[in-house]
Design a protein around this ligand. Structure first.
Ligand SMILES: Cc1cc2nc3c(=O)[nH]c(=O)nc-3n(C[C@H](O)[C@H](O)[C@H](O)COP(=O)(O)OP(=O)(O)OC[C@H]3O[C@@H](n4cnc5c(N)ncnc54)[C@H](O)[C@@H]3O)c2cc1C
Length: 377
């Protein structure tokens, strides 16, 4: 006899979604969370995450993003909460630089809906962005932003209503596979399940097999917000989410959700940290100076003085691609971690994929070889 069919370790972005999806088909699912679901020192912190269907790079994420979009809507229906605001999204850069041609190449492969906006059209539609000569924008009509804590808490509540058990304040210290199941060791007890999903984000390394530990690294990612001179110009109706990469400079962000401040953060600044609890929340003088200079140059409608900042952990893999699938050689321990600074938009889908596969069913999503942990072994 086991204590349940499935244990989910970590009820953050991915684990909350896995618990929700698993609870719909299994009567004995238990979520272990070291702190509390959606706690603000996890990768859920910072209010919002960008959602977009257009992306640069090789990974076959498009089918996953299609599933994710549908599941965010399903979560909204089930919870009555607004989770995803599809206000559109802009990718901005030099027409012949490193970003826009690579993005268009990937769009050609996926067929994602998009519009190319030249500099004049950008100026007409989105005067909040100051573009340089030779720059353009790509508009993604399905992009937008996710309300992170709302999404995670909604998923956990939905899971509870389907009968899942939630153990907050219960860090898992060890996972031990036995011939009959997998033992989950906490400070106070050891329980046994048929399968386990490891979704403990920046803290996952200690729960991974040694063969994978050297391929992951927790990193600190910071966020900055700036006050708007005229906040109505930065509302979701007028100001889509954006990612801009111009030469060595970069900035991404979202419209105002508090009617005063706008998220505007330097892109690609993840820094290795010894452990996820040790993330330094304070920004260095250099980080502040570069952020303020970039905002002054790119978004003249913002006052270039940081009004809020914070930093959070995420687990990166050595190829910046997540680990989703069974540990090589195991049929009991399933990994859903290593989302490398880009996982929230897909959390609903990868949570659902993890739940199905860990319960021994096909996920219905094809072409996932690129995320399987076996690629490192
Ligand atoms: C600042 C920042 C900005 C980002 N921007 C974007 C964006 O715009 N778009 C996007 O798609 N992605 C973005 N990302 C990436 C995305 O947020 C992460 O990839 C994703 O949230 C990671 O989810 P996770 O479930 O792996 O980790 P988390 O959400 O951190 O969840 C891990 C959970 O596990 C718990 N836990 C840890 N150890 C244990 C244990 N031993 N036992 C029990 N529980 C444990 C933790 O307490 C935590 O609640 C960003 C990330 C950061 C940090």
């Amino acid at each position: 006899m086991t204590d349940g069919q499935l244990a989910v370790i970590g009820l953050g972005s991915i684990g909350s979604m896995a618990l929700w999806r698993a609870s719909r088909s299994s009567a004995s699912v238990v979520g272990f969370e070291a702190a509390s679901p959606a706690h603000p020192r996890s990768a859920v912190g910072g209010d919002t995450r960008l959602f977009r269907m257009t992306y640069r790079g090789e990974g076959n994420y498009y089918p996953v993003l299609q599933v994710a979009q549908n599941l965010w809507r399903e979560l909204e229906q089930e919870s009555g909460q607004s989770v995803l605001t599809q206000c559109g999204g802009l990718s901005i850069g030099e027409t012949d630089g490193s970003y826009i041609p690579a993005l268009l190449e990937s769009i050609k492969r996926t067929g994602a809906p998009h519009e190319v906006l030249d500099r004049d059209e950008m100026e007409r539609r989105y005067p909040q962005h100051r573009l340089g000569a030779g720059e353009c924008g790509i508009f993604d009509p399905e992009a937008g932003f996710l309300r992170t804590d709302r999404a995670v808490l909604s998923a956990v509540e939905a899971a509870r209503s389907h009968g899942a058990t939630v153990r907050s304040g219960t860090p898992v210290r060890e996972i031990r596979e036995s011939p009959t199941g997998v033992q989950i060791v906490t400070d106070t007890e050891t329980s046994e399940f048929e399968r386990v999903i490891v979704a403990s984000g920046g803290w996952s390394r200690a729960l991974l097999p040694p063969s994978l530990q050297s391929h992951v690294q927790p990193k600190r990612i910071y966020l900055t917000w700036f006050p708007a001179r005229h906040p109505e110009e930065f509302s979701p109706e007028r100001f889509p989410i954006y990612i801009r990469i111009t030469g060595e400079r970069s900035l991404y962000g979202a419209p105002t959700i508090d009617g005063a401040s706008v998220k505007a953060t330097l892109d690609g600044r993840g820094q290795p940290t010894a452990d996820a609890d040790g993330v330094d929340r304070a920004l260095s003088a250099a980080e502040i100076a570069e952020s303020e200079e970039t905002v002054a140059e790119f978004l003249p409608g913002l006052i270039p003085s940081i009004v809020r900042s914070d930093a959070f952990p995420d687990l990166y893999t050595s190829d910046s691609t997540p680990l989703v699938g069974f540990v090589p050689g195991s049929q009991r321990t399933y990994l859903a971690t290593g989302f490398s600074g880009a996982g929230f938009k897909m959390a609903s889908a990868f949570g659902a994929i993890a739940a199905s596969e860990a319960l021994g069913r096909p996920s219905g999503v094809e072409g996932l070889d690129f995320v399987r942990p076996g690629r490192f072994v």
